[in-house]
Ligand binder design. Sequence first.
Ligand code: ZN
Ligand code: ZN
Length: 272
Amino acid sequence: MGIFSRIKKLIGLEQQEVFRRWPASELEEKKVYLENKLSEEFTPEDHYLSAEWIIQRYLPEGDDPTPEQWSEIIADIRQKIDINLKNAAVGELVKIEYVQLEPYVITKEDFLKDVVPTFSRFDLLPDPYLKDSQGRELWTVLFEFTQQYSYKYGEAKDTLIFFCDAFQAEKLVHDLGRTYTALRCAQIEGSAKLEVVCSSKQCSDCMSLDGNKMAVEELLSAFKNEAPLFPHPLHLEDEVSWCPAPYLSPEIPLRMGDDTEFYEVLMKILER
Ligand SMILES: [Zn+2]
Ligand SMILES: [Zn+2]
């Protein structure tokens, strides 16, 4: 945080901003709005909105920042945007290459081949080949939860309620899909290792790996051998449970022209 915002905050001029997670419909709405706007017509607010959109889209659920963290993050981002807009106005902005954020998106085929076989390890997931009342195999219903945001979550949960704890199943399958996707992305992007970044949610075994770097190939083959390291089942007394995957931070090499400061801010947000 800059000195001026620090002072403003001290004397109460700066109001704290609260992070509000956008529902899927709003995320989609804002995407349509931004996509339909010509870049020449972008106002500073549109740029702020694009930045928040990226955060809303990629920040894992449950990792919402506190008002204090969020006020600081968003103020930093807006300040950077303002600086870049000024630079652009005088023709000093470094053109950057388009950075593709998702080199890999999980497919039904990969889900069936590499993720569904891991279900048997988790007591809280139903037999993936059971059929629902419409004759659909349950794994196709569970697949919905690997999609980043989907209006079909509700429908899928309504179906699964007859077979398992639908709420837990949603969280677990989402986590499996997210972790598998992170590994495949890292592989495609050429990162050999991922850093394990734990939060307060992981078990003590995982916590002991916090900060360690693990080989992408090793983590991926554990997945393919039906025994993923993250997430993994927990054997608590009388309780069917699981330990959520830590954030796996890829060692992505910065490319020429990348904004190192923005990159660091984004990585910090994602690692929390
Ligand atoms: Zn999510
Ligand atoms: Zn664990």
